[in-house]
Design a protein around this ligand. Structure first.
Ligand code: NDP
Length: 446
């Protein structure tokens, strides 16, 4: 690796030694961009790497709220405003007990390059809380969201920082946060994306990440004269991203045989059809229950405590969380015939897993490219909010599909330029980095 890259990586590790996920994300990006930095001395001259790993601003705050029994509860809130070279900070909020500074920084760091790839003017940020919405009543979730925004509101804004959903933050939570923001600042602006369709949301935003991941997979296949038709797919998770990944795979003629949640995996060899998906959506979005009920209802296999990666499949769409595919999982997938992986989740494949896929020439779409459809459509929601109009479903879907096509093309072109055509990890990191780094240079020492 280039000496300058190595030195900044070492310094980043030293300064953030507790933040394993953040270091993992930085290491991956730095390994990819080393040849770019080697070729163009300006990045070292302008200390771009030292600056890019340091968030422009980070806010950590107390979120006090009251549960239904009247007891006081306290959680920790985060917002990391990582990089605004390309536009207002943009990135989701995650509510999950595992949330800590490392997780939010890894997600915010990834978001910089992902947003750059979308072709839209958005900087990178991420936030969230260790609050667990699971098992809480609607009123408890509302009180938490109101308290969260009572601090967050002063740091965000339609032209400053525009949060959205992520794990544990869907339409319900965005609604409660938007309501509270409006109440405090007395302004109705596009301060959050993922809003309801009746109050400023965009058609296709809910579908966008899952649809986008499948569009990206389709692009990788089309480039090789193949298609999604007849492909047997393993999908993990059963939340927003997983649900619309299943819907789009079905529409393109593929078959999905697995879904999962944090308790286990269901395997349905007959395929998760549109009707079965409707059951999942009700189970997860309305009743907020466990995936095991699917197995009981449709006679599918249920594997308690397991992930989907041991089944025979052509394609895998990890759509739950980070580091859910290990090197061992990747080997089993390859052995069972998996030829394509498109990451709906952020960093779901660990470094050993990525190595196995690349070594075995599996078509591998990394999260920052494959799941960029979500934030891209958030960008389209921001445009519609600014113009005070709403595009049709077909119009947004067409823009999404064009954006996914250009992300694929740009990532492929960058991988070819740097001598490893079709290595989308390399290509996505390079294409995302160059635009941000050049913009930072243009804007002086900030
Ligand atoms: P949801 O909260 O809607 O769904 C998350 C799903 O993943 C649930 O099925 C959940 O199961 C499962 N899950 C979460 N944590 C774990 C864990 N530690 N182990 C096993 N399963 C887990 O979130 P999304 O679908 O929105 O997000 C999924 C992934 O996609 C995340 O990595 C997110 O960062 C990424 N992403 C999301 C975007 C979006 O637009 N929503 C955009 C780009 C990326 P359970 O219910 O049991 O917790």
């Amino acid at each position: 690796m280039n000496k300058y890259v190595e030195a900044v990586l070492e310094q980043t590790k030293r300064k953030n030694s507790e933040q394993v996920e953040f270091i993992q994300a930085v290491t991956e990006v730095f390994e990819s961009i080393a040849p770019v930095v080697e070729r163009h001395k300006k990045y070292q001259d302008h200390a771009i790497l030292e600056r890019i790993v340091e968030p422009e601003r980070g806010i950590i705050f107390r979120v006090p709220w009251q549960d239904d029994k009247g007891r006081f509860q306290v959680n920790r809130g985060f917002r990391i405003q990582f990089n605004s070279a390309l536009g207002p900070y943009k990135g989701g909020l995650r509510f999950h007990p595992s949330v800590n500074l490392s997780i939010i920084k890894f997600l915010g760091f990834e978001q910089i390059f992902k947003n750059s790839l979308t072709t839209l003017p958005m900087g990178g940020g991420k936030g969230g809380s260790d609050f667990d919405p699971k098992g809480k009543s609607d009123n408890e979730v509302m009180r938490f969201c109101q308290s969260f925004v009572t601090e967050l509101y002063r740091h965000v804004g339609a032209d400053t920082d525009v949060p959205a959903g992520d794990i544990g933050v869907g339409g319900r939570e965005v609604g409660f946060m938007f309501g509270q923001y409006k109440r405090i600042v007395n302004e109705s602006t596009g301060v959050l994306t993922g809003k309801g369709l009746k109050w400023g949301g965009s058609l296709i935003r809910s579908e966008a990440t899952g649809y986008g991941a499948v569009y990206f997979a389709q692009e990788m296949l089309t480039k090789r004269g193949d298609s999604m038709k007849g492909k047997v797919c393993a999908v993990s998770g059963s939340g927003n991203v997983a649900q619309y990944t299943v819907e789009k795979i079905n529409q393109l003629g593929g078959k999905v045989v697995t879904l999962s949640d944090s308790n286990g995996t269901i395997y349905d060899a007959a395929g998760i059809t549109e009707e079965k998906l409707a059951f999942i959506m009700d189970l997860k979005n309305v009743r907020r229950a466990r995936i095991k009920e699917y197995a009981d209802k449709y006679g599918a296999q249920y594997k308690e405590g397991e992930r989907p990666w041991s089944v025979k499949c052509d394609c895998a769409f990890p759509s739950a969380t980070q580091n859910e595919i290990s090197g061992e999982d990747a080997k089993v997938l390859v052995k069972n015939g998996c030829r394509l992986v498109a990451e709906g989740a952020n960093m779901p494949t660990d470094p050993d897993g990525v190595e196995v896929f690349l070594k075995n020439k599996v078509l591998f779409g990394p999260g920052k490219a494959a799941n960029a459809g979500g934030v891209a459509t958030s960008g389209l929601e921001m445009s519609q909010n600014s113009m005070r109009l709403a595009w049709t479903r077909a119009e947004v879907d067409q823009r999404l599909s064009l954006i996914m096509k250009s992300i694929h093309e740009n990532a492929y072109a960058a991988s070819a330029e740097y001598g490893d055509a079709g290595n989308y990890v390399l290509g996505a990191n390079i294409a995302g980095f160059v635009k941000v780094a050049d913009s930072m240079i243009d804007q002086g020492l900030v």
